[in-house]
Design a protein around this ligand. Structure first.
Ligand code: PHE
Length: 396
């Protein structure tokens, strides 16, 4: 236990399913117990899946929505069996921190002896844990980390979402072509590989399309709360569009402060804005009239999507955001791979994951390419006080 002093306890989001333990097969870890007491020997009929997600902290909605989506998928998966086995899920809270993510991956591998790992969401968190999984040869699938470097870690690391090379181009085109903007400011979260990577893709593409990028250092760091001096500099530079590839907590506060300072320039963002908390943090005025790229729209008329939206609303009382959908699809892709795997050793599981082709989830059709990335459509959403509203779908 001393090796893992910071690991979180799996919280109330899973209690939801604990009334039917057989079906959900979700196990809680408890950091206050000795590992020997918490880690039951794995029975033969169980495939153990570790999940590394932010259940608490500034990006907690990512983990909460992911685990909700995963649990909905698990209900279906465990209603049948995978060659006589069912999936047991062990969730570790990384609190949104890279160091905690590395600890969580180590703990899941060393102590829980998981067969495969799902997670994390924020790219810097996944980048901290992935090398450990790669070295220990435990397959890891991230349902949501879009930074290019994530899957470059090695052959045991794959993703079921698109990457920032795609998402950044989608938003640059939206800015230049759809909105007809010419002069962009880019605000970067210096603590985030995601933010830096996505900013650089947007910048190159926007310039290629004839736009100008204001050549100033507009940066902040995760957990900052007062963005007014940064925003004052942005306002003075007079952009006609502002690209802000950040996470929802800082983005929400920034949008609110920008509006209070009389900045009416549209902000554009990426999937990091996609949280049920964005509207609350930015306020109705702050959130209005901005656009993001993301993975999923609850407005999608597709039958499968609407069935998922209904199931999610029935269980959790709110519409699913991108992370709920991505978590759900990541779990289903994993279950599909386990069904196809020759046996349940790491090498076979990895090969089955990496040969996923045309798996149709609620976030689209998922094919894992030779670089272990998924080629999928993105959606552009308008952020409104009432939620995210579908604007367009963009195919790769
Ligand atoms: N793509 C983001 C990252 O890599 C994570 C994210 C995905 C956040 C989907 C919200 C929704 O850091």
């Amino acid at each position: 236990m001393l090796n893992y002093p910071f690991l979180g306890v799996l919280l109330a989001s899973l209690l939801f399913f604990s009334c039917n333990k057989e079906e959900a097969a979700t196990r809680k870890t408890n950091s206050s117990d000795q590992p020997a007491a918490t880690t039951k020997a794995k029975s033969d009929d169980v495939i153990r899946v570790g999940a590394v997600f932010a259940m608490t902290g500034p990006i907690a909605t990512y983990g909460q929505e992911s685990v909700n989506g995963i649990n909905l998928a698990l209900k279906k998966i465990n209603a049948e069996s995978i060659k006589g086995k069912r999936i047991e899920l062990i969730v570790e809270d990384n609190k949104g921190e890279p160091a905690e993510s590395a600890n969580a991956v180590r703990k899941l591998i060393d102590i829980d002896k998981v067969d495969v790992i799902l997670g994390a969401v924020a790219s810097s968190n996944t980048l901290a844990g992935a090398p450990i999984a790669q070295n220990q040869k435990v397959p890891l699938i991230t349902p949501a980390s879009t930074n290019e470097k994530v899957t470059q870690t090695g052959d045991f690391i794959s993703r079921t979402c698109f990457t920032d090379n795609f998402q950044g181009v989608v938003m640059a085109k939206f800015a230049a072509s759809t909105l007809q903007k010419k002069n962009a400011a880019i605000i970067i979260d210096n603590a985030s590989d995601y933010s830096k990577g996505l900013a650089s893709v947007f910048k190159d593409e926007f310039k290629k399309l004839g736009g100008t990028i204001i050549d100033q250092n507009f940066t902040y760091t995760q957990k900052d709360t007062d963005f007014r001096s940064l925003l004052r500099r942005v306002k003075r530079a007079n952009p006609d569009v502002i690209f802000l590839p950040g996470y929802y907590t800082e983005v929400g506060l920034m949008l609110k402060q920008a509006k209070q300072m009389g900045i009416n320039t549209p902000f554009l963002g990426g999937d990091g804005w996609d949280s049920p908390k964005l509207q609350e943090l930015a306020g109705p005025e702050g959130v209005k009239g901005n656009y993001i790229s993301s993975h999923f729209s609850a407005d999608d008329k597709d039958e499968k999507v609407q069935a998922f939206v209904k199931d999610y609303v029935d269980n959790f009382g709110a519409k699913p955001g991108a992370m709920a959908a991505l978590g759900h699809d990541g779990m289903l892709v994993l279950a599909d791979a386990l069904k196809r795997a020759e046996n349940f050793n790491a090498e076979s599981i990895k090969m089955a994951i990496n040969s996923t082709k045309g798996f149709v989830g609620v976030t689209g059709s998922i094919t894992i390419d030779e670089n272990r990335n998924a080629r999928k459509s993105a959606v552009v959403l308008e952020t409104k006080p009432s939620g995210m509203s579908f604007k367009q779908k963009v195919s790769p």
